[in-house]
Design a protein around this ligand. Structure first.
Ligand code: SF4
Ligand code: SF4
Length: 273
């Protein structure tokens, strides 16, 4: 029966492994959030959501730099998490986005729902899509600049992840602008796959930069490729045109859906040291 289902929906073992990983991290964060909502923080309660946010740790380093504080002055859990995320990025590139990040997973699941409910998807024109993908770098630059110069953490005003797992303000302070950002991008993800990850996420922008230098790279081998474009029939959650990919893409979240689908073995993940 499982084999029939897998064949019907073209689900691979890798898809199942990735779903287990995504669902595991999503469930963990949801568990923490609900625990904090019911039992509060402190020694007998649950840690706050910010404890498990590696991006917060990254921005804190810039804030500390600007205020002349010891740059690693932050809770140890945040520091360890930040280190682990950077290590993951160095080895795998943007795999955090494809396998771990709960906000990315929620968008992906909504995208699947959107495909069923509204089969007519929004196809963002290629030029506009390419230009919009740079917006996340501008957002990242602005966040780090303001942390460094004014010592402010402006992102919490727009952070959709925090708004989602704080249940739009049911626990903890959530700015209305963050709730609006969350509502806009979750709605958009019904029509555009992972709209927030593609265009706006500053943490995704950092990891995208690692894709170019990570040990694991993924691209189409142009010498082997027969230009049959069969690989473009595969669903890529980041909307990458795999049949024209000549080098590892900054947008690739290493979901590995496209790997090994080519009849000529032209699309491969490889290790480069
Ligand atoms: S781009 Fe941002 S929201 Fe999307 S998966 Fe990556 S870190 Fe998460
Ligand atoms: S290019 Fe392949 S591995 Fe990268 S996100 Fe798209 S389908 Fe996944």
């Amino acid at each position: 029966m499982l084999t029939n289902l897998k064949n019907k929906y073209k689900i691979t073992n890798l898809d199942i492994m990735r779903f287990i990983s995504q669902f595991g991290f999503f469930s963990f964060i949801l568990y923490i959030s609900i625990g904090h909502l019911i039992y509060g923080g402190g020694k007998s309660g649950f840690p706050s959501l910010g404890t498990y946010c590696p991006f917060g740790g990254f921005v804190k380093i810039f804030q500390n730099l600007g205020t002349g504080t010891y740059i690693f002055s932050m809770p140890i859990t945040k520091l360890v998490l930040l280190g682990a995320t950077i290590l993951t990025a160095v080895v795998t590139g943007r795999a955090f986005c494809g396998w771990i990040c709960p906000f990315g997973s929620v968008q992906e699941w909504l995208g699947m729902l959107g495909k069923k409910a509204f089969p007519k998807r929004i196809k963002v024109p290629k030029e506009i899509d390419s230009a919009l993908r740079y917006v996340k770098y501008v957002i990242l630059g602005l966040i780090l600049f303001l942390a460094l110069t004014l010592g402010v953490m402006i992102f919490k005003l727009f952070d959709p992840y925090s708004a989602l797992f704080r249940f739009a303000g049911l626990w903890g302070n959530v700015a209305i602008s963050a709730v609006i950002t969350m509502a806009i991008f979750l709605t958009l993800s019904l029509f555009i796959d992972r709209a927030w990850c593609r265009y706006a996420c500053p943490f995704g922008a950092i990891q995208a930069l690692f894709n170019k230098i990570s040990f694991i790279k993924l691209a189409r081998n142009v010498d082997i490729c027969k230009n049959c474009t069969k690989c473009s029939e595969i669903y890529c959650p980041m909307g990458i045109e795999i049949s024209t990919l000549t080098e590892t893409s900054a947008e690739c979240i290493r979901c590995l859906r496209c790997v090994d689908k080519c009849n000529f073995d032209a699309v491969k993940a490889r290790i480069e040291v």
